[in-house]
Design a protein around this ligand. Structure first.
Ligand code: ATP
Length: 243
């Protein structure tokens, strides 16, 4: 039986009569990049927040590293890193000082802080106040804060949102290097197929709260035959008819 780093079963969250997430069973294999794809409002952030214990599910179960969540919450979250929405930082402090605050909470050594700043290529900007950082630099600091304690699972919610093309390229190439370089599994969400296509090997497509596809990107391509992936995605989510 394959061991999944993250496995949810029938995960459901309802707001009033509206099912934001409806029976989602994710299977995220070890040391992969899993692209969680869906249009705005499809239920990506709600799913990720449930996995991190930030929202309580109405139904369903979650296992991380094979352990039940939230029953083993502390033990699990020590090995998870996340960047959900915009990173939270103190603008009047430097990048280094911000990272140090997180690192202290996690009992991380000084050398690991410096190494992390180098990984995200902020070592030359470490002493600059974060309020003077570009958006791309802030996102890289957010990723540094998420990985400084060397988690085994990294959860990134639309990390390239709002960045310019060079910022997107920088973050993308860094994320792609993560599984091999650091032995981490990455769950990354996006509303853009071409984003996921360039980063992930596995893909889960969520549409109106339901997981309508989950497999490798290669299988999705095979399934669609000669159709471009974009077209397959639009057909699956019912948007193809308007083309
Ligand atoms: P986006 O990229 O736009 O954030 P998403 O796929 O992450 O999209 P979610 O943020 O998970 O989508 O939202 C899923 C649905 O649940 C949306 O229709 C949203 O309006 C609704 N929703 C989310 N949070 C709440 C809330 N606290 N109360 C009511 N509805 C909510």
């Amino acid at each position: 039986m394959e061991q999944y780093v993250l496995e949810t079963s029938d995960l459901t969250k309802t707001y009033g009569n509206y099912s934001a997430v409806d029976g989602v069973s994710l299977k995220v294999p070890q040391c992969s990049i899993y692209g969680f794809l869906g249009a705005n409002g499809a239920g990506k952030s709600t799913t990720m927040k449930m996995v991190l214990g930030l929202i309580k599910p109405d139904r369903g179960s979650i296992r991380v590293f094979g352990r039940p969540f939230p029953q083993e919450r502390t033990r699990i979250l020590r090995r998870v890193g996340a960047l959900i929405e915009s990173p939270s930082y103190y603008g009047h402090l430097t990048g280094y000082q911000n990272l140090r605050i997180v690192a202290k909470l996690m009992d991380v050594s000084e050398s690991q802080i410096m190494e992390t700043l180098e990984w995200v290529r902020l070592e030359n900007q470490a002493d600059k106040k974060v309020k003077h950082y570009s958006l791309g630099m802030k996102q890289r600091l957010g990723i540094a804060m998420a990985i400084v304690h060397r988690p085994k699972l990294l959860i990134l919610d639309e990390p390239t949102n709002g960045l310019d093309p060079s910022g997107i390229q920088e973050i993308r190439s860094f994320i792609k290097s993560i599984p091999e370089k650091f032995g981490m599994t990455v769950l990354i969400s996006s509303h853009l197929l071409h984003e996921i296509e360039q980063i992930a090997e596995h893909v889960g497509i969520i549409h109106e709260g339901q997981l309508i596809y989950q497999d490798t990107l290669a299988s999705l391509q095979e399934k669609g035959g000669d159709l471009p992936l974009e077209r397959i995605f639009l057909e699956m989510t019912g948007q193809g008819r308007s083309l």
